[in-house]
Structures are given as C-alpha cells and as structure tokens.
Design a protein around this ligand. Structure first.
Ligand SMILES: [Ca+2]
Length: 291
C-alpha cells in the first residue's frame, strides 16, 4: 500500500508529461493543416492566433513556479475606481445578454450583466455586475484574454461550488471555437473568482467551456464536485482521442483535485462523448439558467 502511494506522484507526472506532449504535437499538426489553402491574410491571422493561444493552460503542468494569470481580475482600485461594491462609473454600458437568478442566496432574484466601456484600457474595459434584490451591486473587473476578438459575456448561472447561491459563468471568448470561461460566486456580499487548483499551470482561473478538441466541464452527482475533461488526438493518427477526466471538489473558492482517469476513445459524434464534452458546460449542475 505504502509503495503504491509512493509511486502515485511519479505515475501522475508521467501521465501529465505524456498528455502535454501529445497535445503540443497535435496543435502543431493542426497549425500545419490550417496553413494549406488559406489566403495570406488568413494565414497571418491563424499564425498569430496559434502563437497567442495558451494551449497548455488546461493541462496540469506539474510542480513549478506559478506564473501570473493573463486573465486575473484586476485588484480593487487599479482601474481608477473602487471596484467591488461601489457604483460602476459613467461610461460603462451593459451588454445585450443579461441573466437572472439568486446569486447571493437571499431568496430574491439578481440581475447579472457584463458592462463595457470601450474608452478604457483593455484590462479595465469589462465589468461583471450583480444587481442584487437587496440593492447591493457587487462588481468584478474582468481582464480579457490576450488575443483579439474576445469580449466577455455572461454565459449561464448554475449551482457549482456547493455553497448557497448560484455561480456566474462568464464566457471569455463567446465568438471563438476555443472557449475558456470564468466562474464567479458572491461570497460575503462580494464577487469572488473561483479557481481550479492546477499546481503551477498558467491559468487556474480558466474553466474549459468548449473547444474543437475535447474540452468541457460539468457537475458530478456530489454537491461542489466537478469534472474537467480535456483531450487531444491519441498516438498514431487522428481517429482516437486521448482523454483526461479530472475531478475537483470545491474548497472555498478553489477547486481541489481529488481524482483523475485517462482513456483512449474513438473520435465520434456528440452522442458518443461523455456529457461534459457536448459543448454545454455545467449542463448537469442544479439550477442552470441561461443556456
Ligand atoms: Ca453556489
């Protein structure tokens, strides 16, 4: 038993290294395939996109020094106003998509919006606001992703972390194929951004909503427990996926990894996939609204 425990970290490191290698190789292959048949402007755009795309952030990177997340919420006041609970300054306008649900668990319905002020620097341009039934208005600045064409918008509300009140899922790249998301909870009257405990990965704040490669997240049957599934083409061709399903349990505002399994499956239709890979993030969670 003790020997098995001692071996486990080495086995996990091996799996992670293999997974990173496979994914990197197939991203290169996909980039090469994309070059064929593209006009020059599209080629330039594609190369830039692939270069900027943080392909590794889904993948636990093993013990290393954590790098600052490119999408961290800006700390209070960094945008020139006391974000958090103060009224949003003039100039920010709500986007077209609004969601309604009990985010702060007080029994009343709250209004969730992302506001935009195009005149502000990019990192301060987008603000998530929850207009609560009690009159309080917690806010959080959302720095956009680091490539063009990404403007955050509210995606859905769902019970995700096991604590009272639904969480807010923000789509950080609504127009893209690669769809990272941010998840917020109201805790003690303030918005907190939830994190996946990825042990040194680049972007613990990003939840995989969807991608052309297998990528998805869903609740499990246990409150506050989620499964994150990621994949790439398996060794030896483009007919099989190598998938990793990692289970996390919420501990405050962090999701702590509690389990992992890997599998190689045939590339198939949505009906053949696990539910979390169907392009509907958090589909099994309680109280989902806004799909
Ligand atoms: Ca909750």
């Amino acid at each position: 038993m003790r020997e098995a425990e001692a071996l486990r970290p080495r086995v996990e490191e091996g799996l992670e290294a293999t997974f990173r290698k496979v994914r990197t190789r197939h991203l290169r292959r996909r980039m090469a395939a994309g070059i064929v048949g593209l006009a020059l402007p599209a080629l330039v755009f594609a190369l830039g996109w692939f270069a900027l795309r943080p392909s590794e952030e889904w993948v636990p990177a093993g013990p290393s020094t954590p790098s600052p997340s490119p999408t961290s919420s800006v700390a209070g006041g960094a945008c020139g106003w006391a974000e958090g609970g103060a009224p949003v300054p003039d100039g920010y306008e709500p986007g077209p998509r609004a969601l309604e649900g009990d985010v702060d668990a007080d029994g009343t319905i709250d209004l969730v919006q992302v506001l935009t002020d195009e005149a502000r620097p990019e990192r301060c341009r987008f603000v998530l606001r929850v207009r609560t039934g009690s009159g309080a208005e917690p806010t959080a600045v959302i720095a956009p992703l680091e490539w063009p064409g990404t403007a955050p918008e509210p995606r859905l509300l769902a019970e995700i972390d096991g604590r009272p009140g639904v969480e807010v899922v923000v789509d950080l790249s609504p127009a893209g194929v690669y769809r990272p998301g941010a998840v917020f909870a109201v805790v003690g009257g303030a918005l907190e951004r939830l994190e996946l405990q990825l042990q040194g990965a680049l972007s613990a704040e990003l939840f995989p909503l969807d991608d052309e490669f297998p990528a998805g997240v869903d609740c499990t049957g246990d409150a506050g427990t989620i499964v994150v599934t990621l994949g790439a083409f398996a060794e030896g061709g483009d007919t099989r996926w190598e998938l990793t399903r990692t289970t996390y349990r919420a501990d405050g505002s962090s999701f702590v990894r509690i389990g992992r399994e890997t599998a190689v499956v045939d590339v198939g239709t949505e009906a053949d996939r696990w539910p979390e890979l169907a392009g509907e993030p958090f589909r099994s969670c309680p109280f989902v609204t806004g799909r």
